[in-house]
Design a protein. Structure first.
Length: 330
């Protein structure tokens, strides 16, 4: 029985659930891969594999073939700022809501009142086709790229509908279909970015450095360099960087990041304390028991990141059905 190895691989370029499925299928097709879990919000794939048959360069090549990227470890580790949508999503969503309402009104009442025929008459057909191609370019580009990879996506069917509408001269109908596809894409990208921001904000609650006692002196080191058994110093207003037991000192702790309880608790010698909790008053000396991902807070973050992988049976059935349905219908 070969010894299996588990790799956690960052994956960039995923914007939707369909993207994560493409990455999962690309990696799972490699020989030696036993299981794959792709986390869209965390932008990460967890792969269980036989290292004698498959390695990271092969996985990177497979992901690139699916249209996504596996950055180098050093680049993935850098905390590069990513754009957040908090400051401008509300006005954009408002605009989209207004436009969506107008288009819906046109679709429902326009057909009844004969507006589509008038628009088709007023606007030259070549200009209408140009507008459809211009505004639908991102969608059509994804469909073509998927076709080159021998994949059929949900937009493939919609694109066939657009082509059919243009073939019979109904460019206005094709434009409405393109609009709904773009709105759907934007909504999915928006929710994905919000989920990623929530994970980033949660991760940011944990301190990145810790003050430890080494050779009789206090030294500030990255949390990853703290060794189990070392003594960590926590001063007033600082967050505890590790899970451990208080060996001296007295402090009032805000443990809401772990327990959700807003009331502070008292901590003294013999009391267990947790990473990401805030020392509001007093100072502590804590003997380290767990560090990083092994802490209670680290496990909470992990569960949040992996929540999307724990799908209901109905979701799994829908995914399997879509795998067969799309190629048959297309």
């Amino acid at each position: 029985m070969p010894e299996l190895k588990t790799l956690e691989i960052p994956v960039k370029g995923m914007d939707c659930a369909e993207c994560s499925m493409h990455v999962q299928h690309a990696i799972a097709a490699l020989p030696g891969v036993k299981s794959v879990t792709v986390l869209l919000a965390a932008e990460r794939a967890t792969v269980q594999l036989d290292p004698a048959l498959v390695d990271l360069p092969m996985i990177r090549q497979a992901v690139a073939g699916a249209g996504y990227q596996v950055p180098e470890v050093s680049a993935a580790a850098e905390q590069t700022p990513t754009r957040t949508l908090q400051d401008f999503t509300r006005p954009i969503l408002t605009i989209f809501g207004v436009v969506f309402g107008v288009v819906l009104f046109v679709v429902v009442f326009g057909e009844w009142l004969g507006w589509f025929e008038k628009i088709t008459t007023w606007v030259p057909f070549p200009l209408g086709v140009g507008l459809v191609l211009l505004f639908g370019f991102p969608v059509f580009k994804n469909v073509i790229q998927a076709a080159l990879r021998r994949q059929i996506i949900a937009h493939t069917l919609m694109t066939l509908g657009v082509i059919a509408a243009l073939a019979v001269g109904e460019w206005a109908t094709a434009a409405v279909v393109v609009f709904f596809m773009r709105v759907g894409d934007y909504a999915e990208h928006f929710t994905t970015e919000r989920a990623r921001k929530a994970v980033r904000d949660l991760t940011a609650l944990a301190p990145q450095t810790a003050r430890v006692e080494r050779a009789g002196a206090e030294v500030e080191v990255p949390v990853a360099d703290v060794v189990v058994g070392e003594v960590v110093i926590v001063r007033p207003g600082e967050k505890i960087a590790v899970d451990g037991e208080v060996i001296s000192g007295q402090a009032t702790l805000d443990q809401s990041a772990i327990t959700g309880e807003s009331m502070p608790v008292e901590a003294g010698p013999g009391v267990k304390v947790y990473a990401a909790t805030l020392a509001q008053l007093g100072s502590l000396r804590v003997r380290t028991a767990q560090v990083g991902a092994d802490t209670t807070f680290g496990r909470v973050v992990r569960m949040v990141e992996e929540a999307e992988a724990n799908r209901a049976d109905a979701q799994r059935l829908g995914d399997r059905f879509a795998t067969w349905y799309l190629p048959v219908v297309a």
